[in-house]
Design a protein around this ligand. Structure first.
Ligand code: ADP
Ligand code: 5GP
Length: 210
């Protein structure tokens, strides 16, 4: 029986380590497909178009929304970010567990459209460690780091909307924990409807006449 893919929504404060974690998860296990978002943000040093993001102009972004080619989109610190629909639906249909690494407004929109989605929130071990990771990454100016820390204060208010929190302390442990949550999620009745239906039918036919 072909198993159904899980839609995995991963959020967390900027600098918590989502990108690092997702990269490791996809490298370590073969059941995942990482959705590549579209953004109007400019690429950081080392970010390739079509790998980190599809980097687009605002007019292109707005056109995709109009054409209903995105599952969700949001504005974050002055830029648009959105999830292209086609890849996600194709991968889910192929039984892949599809990862959306998106911020909270987008996560809540996905939950409305896909109620079976699994929502995970990645946390740093402490706020001081978060700031130190953001500074250590060296990709943002001090002003942008301050904006992102301020945004973290707002995002922290929405943590209870998520199904699980994951503390990214030791990276390897965190990757294993994440994978084990996804593996467990495959065992819910909602994700095994076809199997349950078949067993029910078999049980009925075997118990005939008794
Ligand atoms: P995000 O995608 O959530 O914004 P990144 O994956 O870019 O965060 O990580 C932010 C910084 O923290 C990077 O420099 C990364 O190497 C570092 N980092 C990620 N996970 C850990 C960890 N478990 N321990 C220490 N540093 C980490
Ligand atoms: P960054 O600029 O650090 O790459 O991303 C900023 C924020 O945008 C992060 O919280 C990231 O998870 C979020 N993000 C990335 N892609 C998407 C997307 O497609 N939709 C939404 N809603 N948020 C996204």
């Amino acid at each position: 029986m072909k198993r159904k893919g899980i839609l995995l929504v991963v959020s967390g404060f900027s600098g918590a380590g989502k990108g690092t974690l997702m990269k490791k998860l996809v490298e370590s296990y073969d059941n995942y497909a990482l959705s590549i978002s579209m953004t109007t943000r400019k690429p950081r040093a080392g970010e390739e178009d079509g790998k980190a993001y599809f980097f687009v102009e605002e007019s292109t972004f707005l056109k995709k929304i109009e054409e209903e080619k995105v599952i969700e989109y949001a504005q974050y610190c002055g830029n648009y970010y959105g999830t292209p629909k086609e890849y996600v639906e194709e991968m889910l249909a192929n039984g892949k567990d599809v990862i959306l690494e998106i911020e909270i407004q987008g996560a809540l929109k996905v939950k409305e459209k896909y109620p079976d989605a699994l929502l995970l929130f990645v946390m740093p071990p402490s706020a001081a460690e978060l700031k130190s990771r953001l500074v250590g990454r060296g990709t943002e100016t001090e002003e942008v780091i301050d904006q992102r820390m301020a945004r973290a204060v707002e995002e922290a208010e929405g943590i209870e909307y998520y199904d699980y929190i994951i503390v990214n302390d030791v990276l390897e442990n965190c990757v294993k924990e994440l994978h084990s949550i996804v593996s467990t999620a495959h065992n819910t009745p909602e994700n095994n409807q076809e199997f349950i239906k078949n067993i029910r039918e078999e049980l009925k036919s075997l118990s005939k006449g008794e």
